[in-house]
Ligand binder design. Structure first.
Ligand code: KG4
Ligand code: ZN
Length: 471
């Protein structure tokens, strides 16, 4: 393998530039010459491998691909020492970070440089799209150094749902302490960050604005790159922090209080919408049925636990048949069926009794829930799970996927997890419970991919309530 002999410091310093270290570029940093854009991957893989080889030192984690890439690249391993790469920087962000951003436009290059230098890319994620103010620091899109979530559940619970005006106000109150806490827990300062990522939609406009404005201001003040993340894309990335690799194409089922979407994940960052709900989101159906039965908000977790005490086959609900796209969902029918059930059964008194309880614990609720209602909860949950999994399985067959990512608040559902585990032939990936519901670690994880691609947002970033991930 050819190439110059480089000192470890050169590589590390170079990596420092990539990591966004805001300092002057070292003299004699490594550059690559003679590669066309299309050769860039091979070329850069080769350079890294050669650096390791020639340096004869252990540079930390270097992937096998790098070595293989170098071998394939063979004779194109022409390396110079100089400033030939300065041109890649942009002038929006001064210093090493700017050059780093330019280089990181090449995903493989950026990633490997980081690994050779054994440096981590720390991204601060900020999420405020609905009723949770969250901040997290994630290293390399996979390692959660901190994840802080301030829930507004108490504020909204008495209204039985999220009140937008109250949500914005609570976000304003929480954002500074939440971000500070996330940095403190990660033992990081703003100077350690490579970028700040923020949810720009979909969600409540007033809530989104708090996070986006805060992130912009921090980026502006600290000359950090800003990355805009779609909340739904964030949910999909929540499984990466389990250390799982996603094989493409994959199917992603995002099920939360606001979304029920089936996507084909064609490759990293490329999505195709396969189906979505035509009325309520799955979590919304759980919450509405919970409300109907006199359970506290949000209904999802209560119904989940209640279902464990009921017979899922006791009440027969009909599955929804979709005209047009068979992969679309509808939950309004089952919601109405539950309403009819409450009207035709003698449950008024028990519902009123549950509604009258102040902050009840689950055991107290269980005690006030007769068997017939427990059975109803179990049957409702069973039907919703079937609706979700059937379509996910059909979608996977249709696109030839072996992996199904299930994310969003409803991914917490124990019945859903158990039923998915029983489906043979498909690999279902779920996030940890704490990363299933809204959080900022998933935003930082999704941003890491964009960071690698150099997809940065400008200071003119706008929030978008109905931001779509794919059509
Ligand atoms: O992802 P998330 O925190 O917020 C949205 O983006 O909507 O999801 C919240 C939703 C709520 O509707 C809640 O009832 C539901 O997730 N959920 C559950 C469970 N845990 C949370 N639904 C069913 N079973 C659960 N264990
Ligand atoms: Zn969500």
């Amino acid at each position: 393998m050819g190439g110059e002999v480089w000192a470890e410091e050169d590589v590390v310093a170079f990596a420092g530039a990539f990591a966004g270290a805001d300092e002057a570029l070292p003299v004699g940093f490594l550059g690559v010459q003679g590669f066309q854009q299309e050769d860039f991957d091979f070329g850069t893989l080769g350079v890294i491998a050669a650096a390791v080889e020639a340096g004869g030192k252990d540079f930390g984690v270097v992937e096998d691909e790098a070595i293989a890439g170098a071998e394939e690249a063979g004779e194109v391993l022409e390396v110079i020492v100089g400033e030939g790469l300065r041109g890649f920087g942009d002038d929006q962000h001064a210093g090493g970070g700017a050059v780093g951003q330019g280089f990181l436009g090449d995903e493989v290059f950026g990633k490997l440089i980081m690994e050779v230098g054994n440096l981590q890319t720390l991204i601060l994620g900020i999420e405020s799209s609905c009723d949770e103010t969250a901040a997290a620091v994630v290293a390399d899109g996979r390692v959660v150094l901190s994840s802080v979530v301030a829930s507004q559940l108490d504020v909204h619970a008495r209204y039985g749902g999220v009140v937008p005006e109250l949500a914005s106000r609570e976000h304003l109150r929480a954002i500074t302490p939440v971000v500070r806490e996330a940095l403190r827990k990660a033992n990081a300062g703003l100077e350690d960050l490579a970028a700040i990522a923020v949810t720009s939609g979909p969600g409540l406009v007033g809530s989104l604005l708090v996070g986006v404005t805060y992130a912009k201001a921090l980026c502006f003040a600290r000359k950090l790159p800003l990355i805009a993340v779609n909340h739904v894309e964030g949910h999909i990335h929540s499984v990466l922090m389990q250390g799982e690799e996603i094989a493409f194409p994959a199917v992603a089922l995002v099920v939360s209080g606001g979304h029920t979407h089936l996507f084909e994940v064609v490759e990293a960052g490329v999505y195709r919408l396969l189906g979505k709900t035509r009325d309520d989101a799955a979590g919304e159906a759980f919450d509405k049925v919970g409300k109907l039965l006199g359970f506290p908000y949000p209904g999802g977790p209560v119904i989940d636990r209640m279902a464990g005490y009921g017979d899922a086959r006791a009440v027969k609900f009909t599955f929804s048949k979709m005209s047009g796209n068979a992969l679309d969902f509808s939950f309004s029918g089952i919601k109405t069926a539950v309403l009819r059930w409450t009207e035709t059964h003698d449950v008024k008194a028990e519902i009123a009794a549950r509604r009258g309880m102040v902050n009840p614990g689950f055991e107290e609720l269980l005690e006030k829930t007769p068997q017939a209602t427990r059975d109803l909860a179990a049957s409702f949950q069973f039907t919703v799970i079937e609706e979700l999994l059937r379509r996910a399985v059909i979608a996977a067959e249709r696109v030839g996927a072996e992996t199904v990512v299930v994310a969003g608040g409803v991914a917490c559902n124990s019945g859903l997890r158990a039923a998915a585990a029983r489906r043979n032939g498909l690999r279902f990936l779920f996030p940890s419970l704490s990363l299933s519901t809204d959080n900022a670690a998933m935003i930082a994880a999704a941003a890491f991919v964009k960071f690698g691609r150099g997809e940065f947002a400008g200071m003119d970033l706008r929030v978008k309530a109905g931001l779509a991930l794919a059509v």
